[in-house]
Design a binder for this molecule. Structure first.
Ligand code: UD1
Length: 420
């Protein structure tokens, strides 16, 4: 296992280009199961999670080629409808092969995703949705087994205790595109990645309206065909880079950003005193002096993303004053708090709130990454800290940030990898 060593104190400066969105590419790749035709997906980030999804597609019988950010998926043999535990347990997003397998073959056997360090992550909404389309669903030996003689469109409410679900909306949408008649999903997730998946399905011949709003309407069709699609930019990588500029007192131009996807984050950063210039597909981020504390509550899109909660906490840990961060999507997603405190931050957790008392500066320490976004928060803290920070279990970072070390080094950061 590798660890990442960061020598803090360098201001990041220059231009950086954001990769395609991880949370978009995973369901889009799963959607290629809905046809035997060739699909070409562009701007595919080279990530551990992407590679896991490509392995799953291969294990289901797809032919997959990946070259310079372009994935070509085709089929020349019968597809399998069993998604194995070994692959699904390593990544929760693999569960989104359930919808397309069921939609296409009327049967699917998909391992339940494993536990997750950011808290309980049930799949009840996924199951509720596909049951509503007429599938019989049972859980047996750790697998979800779904079968239907035919899927019929229906009206369903997919909201849960923590709001809408991104992957449940994706799964139901992919199962419904070839169901008989009309499906209406109420309380659908509105995240840009759900919209990107719907756009890809429409290119494949699906009839979908209302994606990007809480009510999605789908008119079933008999067959889908191949399509070419370019993945949207990763708004979480872009947000992480914005914070890298601010936490180091640097000056970054971040390219390949759709700022209409960044409303809540830009609002909060500007409230804290960041100077953000918006261009057609890029942003320039700087600050003058120390940032002010802010209160942040994570919410489903267009609210503040839970996937930026850990990173903004690192930033708030060195502002002048007290910030309160409330986590409303995954109330236990606070594994980074103890690690940031090891670096000299003053953060106290009170249930779903973290009270961050800003300190003058952080100091390098040995810390441990517990999940993807927590790793990003420790990397950011390390860039700002005095001295060396070493982040172990860095494989978490590789799940979601393409070439992150190279990008940071090109911007003037001093980071390297060591064997643990
Ligand atoms: C997706 C993202 C993840 C992000 C999350 C929330 C991908 C690959 N991952 O995960 O990066 O942090 O959205 O924006 O796109 N829930 C239920 N029952 C269910 C499903 C979810 O109660 O059946 C709850 C979850 O525990 C959570 C909330 O709903 O409290 C939102 O989770 P959800 O949107 O489903 O997260 P994912 O789609 O797994």
């Amino acid at each position: 296992m590798d660890r990442l060593v960061i020598e803090g104190g360098f201001r990041l400066k220059g231009e950086v280009t954001v990769s395609g969105a991880k949370n978009s590419v995973l369901p889009v790749l799963a959607a290629t199961l809905l046809t035997d035709d060739t699909c070409v997906i562009k701007d595919v980030p080279n990530l551990r999670d992407t590679n896991t999804m490509l392995k799953i597609l291969r294990s289901l019988g797809k032919q997959v080629e990946y070259h310079k950010g372009i994935v070509t998926v085709s089929s020349n043999k019968c597809l399998n409808f069993v998604a194995d535990y070994k692959l699904v347990s390593t990544m929760r997003a693999s569960f989104c092969v359930l919808g397309p397998l069921l939609g296409r073959f009327r049967k699917a056997r998909v391992s339940l995703p494993g536990g997750c360090v950011i808290g309980l992550r049930p799949v009840d909404l996924h199951i509720k949705g596909i049951r509503s389309l007429g599938a019989e669903v049972r859980v047996e030996g750790g697998y979800v087994i779904a079968e239907a003689r035919r899927l019929r469109g229906s009206r369903m409410y997919l909201g849960g205790a923590f709001g809408s679900s991104v992957l449940a909306t994706d799964n139901v949408m992919m199962a419904a595109v070839m169901a008989k008649g009309k499906t209406v999903i109420e309380a659908a997730a509105c995240e840009p990645e759900v919209t990107d998946l719907a756009d890809f399905l429409i290119k494949m011949g699906a009839r979908i309206k209302g994606h990007g709003t809480p009510i999605i309407e789908i008119e079933g069709v008999d067959k889908l065909h191949g399509a070419i699609h370019k993945i949207i930019p990763d708004r979480i990588e872009a947000g992480t880079m914005m914070i890298a500029a601010l936490i180091t007192g640097g000056d970054l131009t971040i390219k390949n950003v759709l700022f209409q996807h960044q409303g809540a984050l830009l609002d909060k950063l500007e409230e804290a005193g960041a100077i953000i210039k918006r261009f057609d597909s890029s942003l320039r981020v700087t600050r003058k002096g120390r940032l002010k504390p802010i209160n942040v509550t994570t919410l489903p899109y267009p609210g503040f993303p839970t996937d930026m909660q850990a990173q903004i906490m690192s930033l708030m840990s060195i502002t002048a004053g007290i910030s309160v961060i409330t986590e409303k999507i995954f109330p236990d997603r606070f594994m980074h708090v103890a690690e940031l405190n090891r670096m000299g931050a003053h953060i106290q957790r009170e249930g779903p709130h973290a009270i961050v008392e800003g300190v003058k500066g952080l100091s390098g320490a040995q810390v441990m990454a517990s999940d993807l976004r927590a790793s990003a928060s420790l990397l950011l803290a390390g860039l700002a800290a005095k001295g060396k920070t070493s982040v172990s279990r860095i494989y978490h970072l590789e799940r979601g940030y393409e070439n992150i070390e190279k990008k940071i080094i090109e911007l003037g950061g001093n980071i390297w990898r060591e064997k643990e």
